[in-house]
Each structure stands twice: as C-alpha cells, then as structure tokens.
Write a protein that binds this ligand. Structure first.
Ligand code: SF4
Length: 383
C-alpha cells in the first residue's frame, strides 16, 4: 500500500499520532484548522518577524490554515513559498497609495446582495465568506473570513431570481470565499437552483480546495458536481510544491467525472515570479490534466504590495514559456484593470515591425522573420 500524505511531515507535530483515516477527512481538516499563533508554531518554527506579522495583521485579515497545507510548508525556512502564502507579514498592515479595499470595483456592481454583475453575460455569486486557508495575498479580504458563514438562503434566492430575470446571463461563477466550504447538501441545492434556470449555460466553481484541502474532493462531491454539468472547476495552484499526490488525485477525480479543471495562478513576488517555477508548475498541472488558464497580475488590494511584481516580470515569464514548452502549458497573463474595468491579457512584444505588406515577428528563439500580408487585402474587395 502506498504511503498516504507523504508531503506532510507529521513527525514532531501535534498530528504525529493522528490516523491517516482522520487526517484524510475534510471534516477533520476543517475542524482542526490552525487558527492561532501558538498552534501554528507547533508546526512551523516562527521567527520574531513572523510573530510581529501575526500581531500586526490580527485585526485586519483573519488567519487560518488546514493542517494538511501547513505541513507542506518548510518548518525552518521563512522564505518557503508555501509558508509565505500562509504566514501573515508585517507588510500587510501598510496601505500604499493607489491600493483599494475593492480593487476590482465589485461593490458598485453588486446588483443584489452577494451577486456581482460586471461582465455582460456572467455573474459572480458569493456563496460563503469562508476559506480553508486564508491566503495572505487575497484580493477579496474586504469580505473574506469576516463572519465565517454561508450566505443566508434568502439572499441566495434573491440572487437566483435576479439571474432568472436576466436572460443575458449565460454563466454563473460560484465563489466566495471558497465555494467548496459549503457542505454537500448546500452545494447540491445551489447547483440545482442554477441549473433550473433555462438560459444559464455554464456554471463555474471557484475553489482552492484541491490545493489546500484535497480531501474535500470526495467521490460524493464529485458525483454532485457531475450531475449538474457543464460545470467548470477553477482552482488555484501557485507553486509546484502544491501539486502533491493528493492534490493531483483530487483533480483527477473531477476530470474522470467529466468536469473540466482550469488553474488560475497569482504572480507573487518571491514565491513564483520566475520562469523555472512556472515551467515546473504548469508541466505538472498538464500532466495531471489541469489546464493552466491565467497567471493573474496581483490586484491593487490593500496590504499586498509586498507580493506585487512589475508587469514586465509576468511578460518575461510568458516569454520563457511560449515555444519552450507545450502550448497546453502556457496560460494567459491577465491584469484586472483597477476600478472594475475588466480583464486585459498581455503578451510579450512578438510583433517587432509592421508595414502595409509585411508584419515582422520575433520567435521564441529570438529569430526575426517577415510574415507577408495577403496580396489582395479585404479593403481591395470593398473598393
Ligand atoms: S482561497 Fe481565494 S478567496 Fe479564499 S483567501 Fe485564498 S485567495 Fe482569498
């Protein structure tokens, strides 16, 4: 029998004597979530600086982490890429000019409580404010983790009625918080309500559970999601160390059931802002049948300046992926324009010149070549 949870170093932690069976239950992971500094210090040897970060951010953004995800972090290294996503930093307490509580301009587009209608044919439903892990770079910290509760049924009904009354809405994204913090019955009810709306075509579920609590993706949950297809699961791996055997198996269970799984990473300074990390991450995702969809430039949310990277860094990463590895493993670099103006995708400068007759292109090897335009242009037809 293969060893379970090989990436989770449980020796010399409070979890050393927990059975694999308990450790592998999502209910156990959530019930035993690490929520304070003393519990975290039993798993990670916190530095004085990290302790200061804990104190500085306590009133600002909730701390919480599953034992599973905390045990993936390096116990001794404060620069560990997983640890930096979990442990609060003193820098979070500083708000820089231009940073906003609501960087994506969602509040003015909240058409009924917990429902954002920002794009013509899509809506975003906040079904819960809870997450298994509170990521320190979270863009929605203004609403995430405050009450730690599911959106009340009456408010969800109001959201469903809005969608029903707006035939232009073709797609609903169930988010939060983490959509899979809802129990199976609640997810079933939300999916059933959405699927009963004739004009709604696609349902997306936004979740970090495959990354931070893969045991949540049980066969029973997969069966519920499968029944309401087409459902797309949008998950969020940021670093190759997160693609453990359990995480890969969780994604595999979804894909085997016909659910399409996409990954959205956030570009994070000192965590994944280099070509090699994204090559390893995306190769590993594609190997596990997860499609890399977006690399998000960090939003201008308050308290996350220390995670931000220059846009040029993201472009360099795309330059280092395109052509060097399978196109299946090359996501789009995406900037959510501040103020809720929508997403823009960026590519490196592959067009290096243009005349009426020729477009000059730079290839991934650095070679430059002309691509001739058609002899007869569509404009000639019009004339
Ligand atoms: S899982 Fe998503 S919503 Fe929750 S804290 Fe992380 S980034 Fe924010």
């Amino acid at each position: 029998m293969r060893a379970r949870y090989p990436g989770c170093a449980r020796a010399d932690t409070p979890y050393a004597d927990i059975s694999d069976e308990d450790f592998g239950r999502w209910s156990w992971q959530l019930k035993n979530r690490i929520t304070d500094i003393d519990a975290l210090n039993q798993v990670l040897d916190l530095t004085d600086r990290e302790r200061d970060g804990f104190r500085a951010t306590q009133p600002l953004f909730r701390f919480g982490c599953t034992p599973y995800y905390a045990l993936l972090a390096n116990r001794a290294d404060p620069e560990c890429p997983i640890r930096r996503q979990i442990v609060p930093s003193v820098a979070e307490a500083t708000v820089h000019i231009g940073q906003r509580q609501d960087p994506l301009g969602e509040m003015p587009r909240e058409v009924v409580p917990n429902l954002i209608h920002r794009y013509p044919d899509r809506v975003l439903l906040f079904a819960t404010d809870r997450c298994p892990v509170y990521c320190r770079f979270c863009t929605r910290r203004r609403i995430v983790g405050h009450a730690e509760q599911q959106t009340p049924r009456a408010l969800l009904s109001e959201a469903f009625e809005y969608i029903r009354a707006h035939p232009e809405v073709k797609e609903a994204i169930i988010s939060g918080g983490d959509a899979l913090m809802m129990g199976d019955h609640q997810i079933d009810a939300v999916l059933a309500a959405l699927r009963s709306i004739d004009h709604l075509d696609i349902i997306r579920i936004a979740t970090r559970m495959p990354v931070t609590c893969p045991m949540r993706v049980t066969p029973a949950l997969v069966d519920i999601i499968r029944r309401y297809g087409p459902v797309y699961v949008m998950t969020h791996f940021n670093h190759p160390h997160e693609v453990t055997r359990e995480a890969a198996d969780a994604c595999g269970r979804l894909v085997d059931a016909g659910v399409v799984v996409y990954n959205q990473s956030v570009l994070l300074r000192g965590i994944n802002d280099d070509v090699e990390t994204f090559r390893r991450l995306n190769r590993s995702l594609v190997h596990n049948r997860v499609t890399p969809y977006y690399i998000h430039q960090c939003d201008l949310a308050e308290g996350i300046e220390h995670f931000r990277t220059p846009i040029a860094r993201g472009l360099d990463i795309i330059d280092g992926l395109r052509g060097h590895m399978s196109g299946l493993a090359v996501p789009q670099l995406c900037v959510d324009v501040p103020g809720g103006l929508g997403k823009v995708t960026l590519v490196p400068d592959w067009v290096v010149g243009r005349t009426a007759h020729t477009t000059t292109l730079r290839t991934y090897t650095g070679d430059v070549a002309d691509y001739p335009e058609p002899v007869e242009s569509p404009d000639d037809d019009a004339a």
